[in-house]
Design a protein around this ligand. Sequence first.
Ligand code: GDP
Ligand code: IMO
Ligand code: MG
Length: 423
Amino acid sequence: MNKVDVLLGLQWGDEGKGKIVDVVTPDYDIIARFQGGPNAGHTLIFDDKKYVLHTIPSGIFRDKTINVIGNGVVIDPIIIKDEIDKLEAIGIDVTSKLLISKKAHLIVPTHKILDKYSEEQKGINKIGSTLKGIGPTYMDKTGRNGLRMGDSLSPNFKEKYSALQEKHKTILGDYDYAELLAELEAKWFEAMEFMSKFTLIDSEHYINNAMNDGKSVLAEGAQGTMLDVDFGTYPFVTSSNTITAGTCTGLGVAPNRIGEVIGIFKAYCTRVGSGPFPSELDNEVGENIRKIGHEYGATTGRDRRCGWIDLPALKYAIMVNGATQLSMMKADVLDSFEEIQVCTHYDIDGEKLDYFPYDINSLNVKPVYESVKGWNKDLTGMRDMKDAPQEFLDYITYLERELQTPITIVSVGPDREQTIIRK
Ligand code: GDP
Ligand code: IMO
Ligand code: MG
């Protein structure tokens, strides 16, 4: 019985999901996104060119792969059209390789305006949202007011759109948005028209039939476990379930049909936006990691906050996802470090804690570190683990022992080629 493998982030997003999905795509017939939306920015680099995808699964560059946007995803037609235009401009036939669930919810212009409004209202307590309308769209989904991709086939589509917009206008009151709305709305309807050439499917049937026909499927996560709406650092999270369980609800796959779960993490840690980050380095070392690792947001261009690897958070993420294997990314960024710090637990007013406390936002959480010897060698040209410096092998062994999960993929640079499979 074929199962769906899952690849997802174990930290606060931007772990390198796009890169690894692209690397493993030749092993799969179908790549499917199951949650999130254009808040994601997944970077792929090959043949000296860089591509950033927001809504489209990272299997789109390979000829034989079908890419599915599942019901759990939220779609902004303006952004997806822009992604498709860019892909078509370089000769990729997106129309025949992209299938979209009728049940995926639509981000309408007023969702984006509401996102901005909500952040302004929160002031210094803002989430640091990407302002793509994610929160308001998922709120309308669970509030049972949402507009779905499949509604575009209905003769009442415009009426449904207007009814939703009226609700939003009531919330927005006299907030100044008329000009922005007019500009976005014109583009939005134009993009919806463009999207009508794409095949809309019942993705739950499509995926299950494909599995029954012996096809292989990989689900591509967006964001990361610590941004999960239930298990992340609430309220500084996104509005979807980013964990393995999100695959079940976001694609219509039963839990007993989940296969391998590949959890991705960086050899250090980053976060973009507000919220707790116990092992953050708000100093020269963090600045150094940011510069070497080019840690700037792929969607918003914001500086990513940088820090050391956090084992309690990783153990938690492995637990809630049932990760069966791990992919360690960006090890090369630590090439020049004599010593690497690993956060093994937290100290809260003298008490030792090895898990994320409920009220982490209000507690004084101090990370406790163990120092590990750096490898101090350039890893970017390495293509085989037999060429790895001993200190690097020791770091991997140390992490595997602590995390009790095998590291099967090691990434030593942003390019497709800079990847070592350790199976
Ligand atoms: P995603 O959102 O998880 O797909 O990750 P992003 O694309 O937002 O961020 C990962 C960044 O790291 C991108 O700029 C990648 O090109 C880059 N990257 C991925 N893997 C590696 C690696 O092993 N080494 C280095 N130096 N960069 C990497
Ligand atoms: P990928 O898939 C990193 C963060 C935002 C903000 C919070 C809520 O590229 O890993 P939202 O726009 O969802 O309301 O923002 O979540 N965030 C991400 N951080 N990578 C992402 O996606 C993110 N998507 C959202 O910065 O703190
Ligand atoms: Mg990203």
